[in-house]
Design a binder for this molecule. Sequence first.
Ligand code: IP8
Length: 242
Amino acid sequence: MIAIKLGGSFITDKSSYRTFKRDESERALREIIKFGEPFVLVHGAGSFGHILCKKSGFPGTYKGKETQLSKVKSDTANLNALITEILLELGMAPISFSPFYLRRKDTFDYSSVLRSVEAGFLPVLYGDIYIDGNDVKIYSGDSIMFDICNLLNPTDAIFMGDVDGIFDRDPKIYPESQLLRTVKTQQDFNAISNDVTGGMGGKFIAMKKIASLGIRTSMMNGLFPERLNDLHNDNFYGSVIK
Ligand code: IP8
């Protein structure tokens, strides 16, 4: 089994509220299915989560902002529906899970996700908000990836983004940045703005934690999903965490 995360910046236009990149998402999902390994899917929220969260002052108290909370919840569920619709069209049997509903006192309860795997379904989890006392908090797809990897022990954890992998600097700002084909776990990153769950820095922490479980952890460009076929070859075009 493999665990794959489709990044929010890959499946949406992160700068434009609720803009889904349908063709790109569908091409990646087709290739993932064609790869032939059973998989668990996780996706980010992109512009269906981060923009309105930021505008609403989330994470933080939701008191007096209940409508904004509901709107974010509805938007993230809508993005998930767009992904599951594609999976259904492609003949898969997806079942969706949001951390909002998996939340227990101090933890997330993934037993329903496990049951769905055992029953032969394709779990689709997504970064979302959840309620904790008077606060609304955010649980990112990257954190879900760690939990799922810890629970299901997949052979590979793959992060599909809108860039080729992990660079020495943000490639969207610095054209001369270099792709790191293998990444040392000591590498440090600056957070990318407009991302309430920490940009690349947060992602890298989750990836490092997954790699430390002994799971092959890599990052690749979802715009070239055929690169997945080289995942276990030396010429894999992406980044592998070591
Ligand atoms: O896009 C964040 O999930 P991510 C979820 O995986 C929200 O960081 C609601 C911003």
